[in-house]
Design a protein around this ligand. Structure first.
Ligand code: PLP
Length: 227
């Protein structure tokens, strides 16, 4: 028995929530990009979303993303890679993604270098947990990593990304991300995007300046068990 409201209703409810949070923050909802994270869902769900006007979709596993992007290529969607990325898969991700939100180390940045390819947007993933090994670069290392992206052909430094740490209040964590964003903008004024906010905390992220929201379950409903 599935008592969840249909996709269109959930999408509309999230978009209304985004608009409310933007107004509360004194921001224009039109400056926010809502990425629907479709991981573990079939390409048919991506098609349904596209029919509802969704243009930006996100995935966190390369093989799954590549297959879905190929199956839906005629829809002209913008694919955002939001998960941890192995360096040996980096070049293949360029084949379908418009943006990678998880640049967290030199080897990955270097693997994405491509002098003759169209520029790929890259977000520096920042670790807000303070615990090593959780994914994301140390905030203290952000400028150095940013410089490396700026020196890498085929990459355009878009800004910063983070996931709010488990078991902590989201808003103070996103406030720390905003500080990192300000430091990166001092280095590269165009790198002004902030990818933050998921189903449970997008309002807090918008209050702290998020420009790109990565929202899964609040729109797609429960995820199937990963295959
Ligand atoms: C799955 C995922 C999301 C979406 O999470 P929800 O809680 O379902 O909204 C956002 N960002 C990343 C990096 C993810 O892996």
């Amino acid at each position: 028995m599935d008592s969840e409201p249909p996709l269109a209703e959930r999408l509309a409810a999230v978009d209304a929530g985004i608009a409310d949070a933007a107004r509360a923050a004194g921001r224009d909802p039109g400056e926010l990009t809502r990425i629907v994270v479709t991981k573990f869902h079939p390409a048919s769900l991506v098609r349904e979303l596209a029919a509802l006007g969704v243009r930006d979709v996100g995935e966190n596993r390369h093989q799954e993303a590549q297959a879905k992007a190929a199956e839906t290529s005629e829809l002209g969607l913008r694919w955002h890679f939001v998960g941890q990325l192995q360096s040996n898969k980096a070049r293949a991700v360029r084949g379908y993604a418009a943006a990678v939100h998880s640049l967290d180390r030199d080897s990955l940045v270097d693997a994405l270098a491509a002098p003759d390819a169209p520029p790929l947007d890259g977000f520096l993933e920042i670790d807000l947990s303070g615990e090593p090994g959780r994914g994301g670069a140390d905030p203290a290392d952000a400028e150095r990593l940013a410089e490396r992206v700026l020196a890498t052909p085929g990459l355009r430094l878009a800004g910063v990304m983070a996931v709010a740490p488990l078991g902590q209040e989201a808003r103070p964590a996103f406030a720390r991300l905003r500080e990192v964003s300000e430091r990166i903008r001092a280095l590269s004024p165009g790198a002004d995007r902030i990818s933050a906010g998921m189903s449970g905390d997008y309002a807090e992220a918008i209050l702290e300046g998020a420009t790109h929201l990565r929202i899964g379950t609040a729109i797609t409903g429960k995820r199937p068990i990963p295959g």
